[in-house]
Design a protein around this ligand. Structure first.
Ligand code: 13P
Length: 249
């Protein structure tokens, strides 16, 4: 029994603390399904002040971290610093990090290991571009992104990893994957985990979908057997985020 998981990735939004406060006030007042794990990932600047005002049943995530504990790494934040600040999760390997900031699968793997060693949980993002999908390389791409991580983790590390399948062509485009397309890749990832790691890890790891998820398209996706939740971008800044969190109710 995998607990349903809904994450809100605010990305580099909102632009002011005043707007952030409006979003948080709405979440604080909402009636949320207690059976769903909810995590929000604001810009790192907002993590600490947000923890003070956010309801206790919503966890916070960073959107990135570095793979070292401390030192001369200007502009970076370490897993140890995040954990010390009471941050529970970190999103790693997001396609925007891979593409715009040139993060390789090897770096993402090192960051994942460092985050887990620093007692954080990790939302690990994988996914293919449109070009890769059209070339029939979807499973190959996802597998190589995952294999880099499998190589550096111990079996016990997987208890604190959530995998987010985010096809790049669906991110911020309004072009959501169909339930069938999502289920197909999620099933493939679960199968990969069973051969590359273990049956237990395959059965217990949450595999969530991200890419243009909205209140109106999340219902059908949520009924797929291997879809264990969502990583929501744009819609996590809107009141409909509550409806996405409550989709299983
Ligand atoms: P959108 O929901 O805005 O498409 O973003 C998805 C995403 O990248 C979540 O990490």
């Amino acid at each position: 029994p995998r607990q349903f998981f809904v994450g809100g990735n605010f990305k580099m939004n909102p632009i002011s603390r005043a707007q952030k406060k409006i979003i948080i006030n709405e979440l604080n007042a909402a009636d949320l399904d207690p059976n769903t794990e909810v995590v929000i990932a604001p810009p790192s600047l907002y993590l600490l002040p947000l923890k003070d005002i956010l309801r206790a049943d919503i966890k916070v995530a960073a959107q990135n971290c570095y793979c070292k504990t401390s030192g001369a790494f200007t502009g970076e934040i370490s897993p140890a610093q995040l954990a010390d600040a009471g941050v529970s999760y970190v999103i790693l390997g997001h396609s925007e990090r891979r593409t715009l900031f040139h993060e390789t699968s090897e770096l993402v793997a090192q960051k994942t290991k460092a985050a887990l060693d620093g007692s954080l949980s990790v939302i690990l993002c994988v996914g293919e571009t449109l070009q890769e999908r059209e070339a029939g390389q979807t499973t190959q791409v996802v597998e190589s992104q995952l294999r880099a991580v499998v190589t550096v983790l111990n079996e016990s590390d997987w208890g604190r990893v959530v995998i987010a399948y985010e096809p790049v062509w669906a991110i911020g485009t309004g072009k959501v994957a169909t339930a069938g397309q999502a289920q197909e890749v999620h099933a493939y990832i679960r199968e990969f985990l069973s051969t590359a790691v273990s049956t237990a890890v395959s059965e217990n790891t949450r595999i969530i979908y991200g890419g243009s998820v909205t209140a109106s398209n999340c219902k059908e996706l949520s009924t797929q057997i291997d879809v264990d939740g969502f990583l929501v971008g744009g819609a996590s800044l809107k009141p409909e985020f509550v409806d996405i969190i409550n989709v299983k109710r």
